[in-house]
Each structure stands twice: as structure tokens, then as C-alpha cells.
Design a protein around this ligand. Structure first.
Ligand SMILES: [Zn+2]
Length: 267
């Protein structure tokens, strides 16, 4: 009887997974998707507004302008790239924003729908405009490849019994909000970290190189950035490394993708 139940459970789970997998046009890969863009964007707006209320925006005009300039250049590159691949409709609902907050934490993220936040603590690691472009293009690549839909779906399945995002928010608002923030390495000290998978990291590196090159930044900057960032690893890695786990093969792989990205490079 127990065995039958197990079998039935596996069958049902498999059926659910099959039904909820959707093909992501940008990557051509099937992703688990229990959450619609509409739900993701709506949740994103609420959590992002809340985050901005609870954190201090930078008053450093030079650094704020830098974040906004790099963000806008990458946004324009993404818009062109999607148009060239006949995917413009995939950016429907995106309302881009680029903010710099004052924080010692080494972090940056782009929430679904294009809400980008850079923490001032990451600037010593990015060091210059091209270094910042590495980070922002990488984060934006995660967002346009819908990686957070995939991670939220996995979290809902693993931790909230496969509920929809809307139902989870209604029934377990706090737990769901914590899960959401853990996707971006916010408040990781209280909740569990939800890192991007190696496959998602690799996709974001690849797309990020192309986007930054199209935006006019030398993709070679990514090698030195990741070398500097990997030196920050240790028993207490920064938020950025806890959500973007790095391994020694990453830099090797990025190096092999530079020639392709250079074809997109416009100075
Ligand atoms: Zn990443």
C-alpha cells in the first residue's frame, strides 16, 4: 500500500511538472513554471517598493549617475537584442528602474520586470564602469531569462506544497515574502539562501557578456571582475556570492565565450 502511494505520488508530481514546464524563448530551455509573469511582476513591485522604503538610497550623485547610465545602456542593448530575435513581446510588462542604495553589503539584483538595485558595497569590487556593467548585465540576463520564475516555482514546490504564488502570499504571507527576498540574497542571515543553479549562472554569464558588449563595454572586464569577486569567497561569503555561487570553471568558461561576445562589441 505504501509503495503504491509512493508510486502514485511520483506519477502525480511528474504529471504536474510536465504540465508546468514551459519553453523559455530566450534560452530555448524548458523551465519549471508554476508562476505567471503577471504574478511575478505584481509581487516584484510590492516587494521592491517595500525594499526601497526600508533602505537608504545613495546620495552620491556621481555613483548614482554611473548606475543609471550603465543600466540604461544595457537596457537599450537588451531591447535591441530581443527585437533582433523577434522576442520583443517577452519584455512586455518590464518597467526598468536602476537604483543605488547605501549599504556595506556586496550585492546587486534585478527583480522580475526590471527593477535593478545595486548596493554601494559592491562598487569597490566592480571598480570601474565596465566592472559595474558585468554585474548589471548579468543580473538583467537572469531577469530576462525568467530565472526567478523558475526558482520561485521550485521554492513553492519544495517549501509550500506547490501552491500558486498568489495563494501562498495570501495564506502564508511572511514565509512567502521571506522566500522571495531570499531569491535576491536579501536578509539571507535570517532565511535560507536560494542560489541560482549552475545552469542559470552559465546562461546569465553568456547572455550578460553579449548584452554588455552590445552596450559598448569590453566583455573582457568580466574575467577580472570574477577574479576579484572570487577572492571574496570564504566561510562568510558576501550576499552576491551566496546567490551566485561561483566555481573555478566559471572564469574558464567565460574566457571561451569572449570571442563570440566580441562580435557584438560596439565601442
Ligand atoms: Zn548569477
Amino acid at each position: 500500500m505504501k509503495e503504491l502511494k509512493t508510486k502514485l505520488f511520483i506519477l502525480l508530481t511528474a504529471a504536474l511538472l510536465f504540465q508546468s514546464c514551459s519553453l523559455v524563448p530566450l534560452t530555448g530551455r524548458r523551465q519549471l513554471s508554476l508562476v505567471s509573469d503577471t504574478d511575478m511582476f505584481a509581487t516584484s513591485l510590492v516587494q521592491y517598493d517595500q525594499f526601497l522604503k526600508e533602505n537608504k538610497l545613495s546620495t552620491n550623485t556621481t555613483e548614482k549617475n554611473l548606475v543609471s547610465r550603465v543600466g540604461n545602456r544595457i537596457k537599450n542593448a537588451v531591447t535591441v537584442y530581443f527585437a533582433q530575435h523577434d522576442l520583443s513581446q517577452e519584455l512586455n510588462g518590464f518597467a526598468w528602474e536602476f537604483n543605488l542604495i547605501e549599504s556595506e553589503e556586496v550585492n546587486a539584483w534585478c527583480m522580475p520586470g526590471g527593477k535593478v538595485v545595486v548596493y554601494s558595497g559592491i562598487l569597490p569590487v566592480t571598480q570601474n564602469e565596465a566592472g559595474l556593467a558585468v554585474v548589471m548585465a548579468h543580473e538583467i540576463a537572469h531577469a530576462v531569462a525568467k530565472h526567478s520564475n523558475e526558482r520561485m516555482s521550485q521554492a513553492l514546490l519544495a517549501q509550500l506544497g506547490g501552491q500558486t504564488l498568489a495563494a501562498a502570499l495570501q495564506e502564508k504571507p511572511q514565509k512567502t515574502q521571506e522566500l522571495w527576498m531570499a531569491l535576491f540574497g536579501v536578509g539571507v542571515q535570517i532565511g535560507a539562501v536560494l542560489p541560482y543553479s549552475r545552469l542559470q549562472e552559465s546562461e546569465a554569464d553568456h547572455l550578460g557578456l553579449i548584452f554588455m558588449a552590445m552596450a559598448g563595454y569590453d566583455p573582457n572586464a568580466s574575467i577580472v571582475f570574477w577574479q576579484r569577486m572570487s577572492q571574496k569567497a570564504g566561510p562568510k561569503p558576501p550576499e552576491f556570492l551566496s546567490t551566485h555561487p561561483s566555481d573555478k570553471n566559471r572564469i574558464k568558461k567565460i574566457k571561451s565565450q569572449i570571442p563570440e561576445a566580441m562580435k557584438y562589441y560596439r565601442k
